[in-house]
Ligand binder design. Structure first.
Ligand code: FAD
Ligand code: SF4
Ligand code: SF4
Length: 472
């Protein structure tokens, strides 16, 4: 029997319908679709796909368990390495990670590893069998670490992963989170139609069941300092506070009414729960014509959210070309299906307004030159190519830097000029016992990279605690 060349497709909401709601777009695999897809896996002995996964999910093994009809076991296999599989199955940039190294991808489409991971997680969440096996967790406990206290600052993917792995070793873990709810960008950044918040709730619940305590509304650096955390008897600290400070373009008109940072825009929509409470249907006012500047996942999410809030014309304005767009290809595809227009090779130079409100954005056309430090061809302005686009809302999605609140108020912590915490390759900071990872170290990156960093930090914290001089 010849192998199916393409991934088994995932059914999804019709674009015309879905722009009127916040429900998740793809439906996920049925049992039968998952069984079709697992047939495509070659069970490679050297398992290159695993090398592409920053948390090292045992991919061929979980796929084999689905093949054997044991989806509960498949979940247990995934959970040995990944504390947020339902999230990763949905939002990981698989094409740059596990699926990029899949042998099937050399001549055909790679195995749909992310879709299968989502299938396994959803299957088990629906049946209440999604928790890690207590027998497996018991095996991981290290007697010398039992009950010793470690603090985690931030409850995004980096912090949640670190907390889960620390708790599995038997440590007493407390997460300090600035906001009134957990999840970081998973909750207030990525929209409901890509990552339902019930999924985030369930993943967080599983982590709490490992014994992790979560203290909300604690802004470390303001209401509590890292020094005070140590004074409270915590022996080590992991910092995973992300990069929540939006960057701006620095062009005239950016202060006009109707200009949002993507952060503010998406946070308002997510936290005001437009999807749960119809009376809050427009927690943010958007006009008929919306321009989103940038082409990453954040930009796509902003554009698609603007569409759902009732905008008629939504444009993505990006200074590079299509194959340089950093968003997941699925997000670009979904955006275009929803009628989002791409205005590529254009850079905004000014936003113009009337009576304090926007009415136009002025752009300069660009062309691609030589490669720059990022390995991508540099966009070069074409002189006198200015043109204007009629808009009433502009959303700026060109990246974020870390918020300096914590770093400014923590002594002996070395930071980069742009605010990122400096760590070595074990995630250790310049301060003894303090580790960091995720967007606060790398700048805005991905969920799975933040999780990988959290995992690496836990190994370092474990070694640090086991080798500490004052160990009894
Ligand atoms: P965060 O998720 O930012 O979490 C940091 C947490 O720390 C937050 O809860 C914050 O409230 C808390 N905190 C901050 N300061 C303090 C303090 N002083 N004291 C206590 N707590 C504090 N990545 C993907 O892989 N795929 C995607 O599809 C994708 N889409 C995205 C869409 C959007 C809209 C955005 C904004 C990002 C997206 N990303 C995506 C990127 C990804 O979400 C981030 O790389 C990832 O969340 C970083 O994880 P983190 O744990 O480092 O930080
Ligand atoms: Fe792939 Fe992400 Fe799952 Fe790892 S966690 S196997 S990178 S989808
Ligand atoms: Fe299966 Fe692809 Fe991994 Fe090979 S590389 S084991 S085909 S998922």
């Amino acid at each position: 029997m010849s192998l199916q060349k393409k991934k088994t497709p995932m059914r999804e909401q019709d674009p015309k319908e879905r722009i009127k709601n916040y429900k998740e777009v793809p439906f996920g695999y049925t049992d039968q679709e998952a069984l079709m897809e697992v047939e495509r896996c070659l069970q490679c002995k050297h398992q290159p796909c695993v090398d592409g996964c920053p948390v090292k999910v045992p991919i061929p093994q979980f796929i084999q368990a689905i093949k054997d009809g044991d989806v509960v076991e498949a979940n247990q296999i995934i959970k040995t390495k990944n504390s947020l599989p339902a999230v990763c199955g949905r939002v990981c940039p698989q094409e740059e990670q596990c699926e990029d190294l899949c042998v099937m991808g050399i001549k055909n489409e790679p195995v749909a590893i992310g879709r299968l991971e989502r299938y396994v997680s959803d299957y088990n969440m629906e049946r209440g069998s999604d928790k890690s096996s207590s027998k497996e967790i018991e095996k991981m406990k290290i007697p010398e670490l039992k009950g010793r206290k470690v603090a985690v600052i931030g409850s995004g993917p980096a912090g949640l992963t670190a907390a889960a792995d620390l708790a599995k070793y038997g440590l007493k873990v407390t997460i300090f989170e600035a906001l009134h709810d957990t999840g970081g960008v998973l909750r207030y950044g990525i929209p409901e139609f890509r990552l339902p918040k019930t999924i985030v709730d369930k993943e967080v619940e599983s982590i709490k069941e490992l014994g992790v305590e979560i203290k909300l509304n604690v802004v470390v650096g303001k209401s509590l300092t890292v020094d005070e955390i140590f004074e409270q008897g915590y022996e080590s600290v992991f910092i995973g506070v992300g990069a929540g400070l939006p960057r701006f373009l620095g062009i005239p008109g950016e202060n006009l009414n109707g200009v949002y940072s993507a952060n503010e825009f998406l946070t308002r929509v997510n936290l005001m729960k437009a999807f749960k409470y119809p009376e809050y249907k427009t927690p943010v006012i958007v006009g008929d014509k919306v321009a989103v500047v940038g082409a990453g996942n954040v930009a796509m999410d902003s554009a698609r959210t603007a569409k759902r809030l009732g905008a008629e014309d939504v444009f993505i304005v990006y200074r590079r070309s299509r194959n340089q767009m950093p968003a997941r290809s699925e997000e670009i595809h979904h955006s275009e299906e929803e009628g989002i227009e791409l205005r590529l090779l254009n850079n905004p130079v000014a936003i113009h307004g009337k009576d304090g409100c926007i009415d136009k954005m002025e752009c300069l056309k660009m062309e691609l030159g030589e490669k720059d430090d990022s390995g991508r061809r540099r966009p070069i302005p074409i002189e006198k190519s200015n043109w204007v686009i009629d808009v009433d809302t502009v959303i700026i999605a060109i990246g974020q830097n870390p918020n300096p609140l914590l770093t400014k108020n923590t002594k002996d912590l070395d930071i980069e000029s742009w605010g990122g915490i400096i760590v070595d390759d074990t995630q250790q900071t310049s301060r003894e016992g303090v580790y960091a990872g995720g967007d606060v170290v790398t700048g805005a990156a991905t969920v799975i990279k933040a999780m990988g960093a959290g995992k690496q930090a836990v190994e370092s914290i474990k070694d640090y605690l086991l080798n500490k001089k004052d160990n009894k």
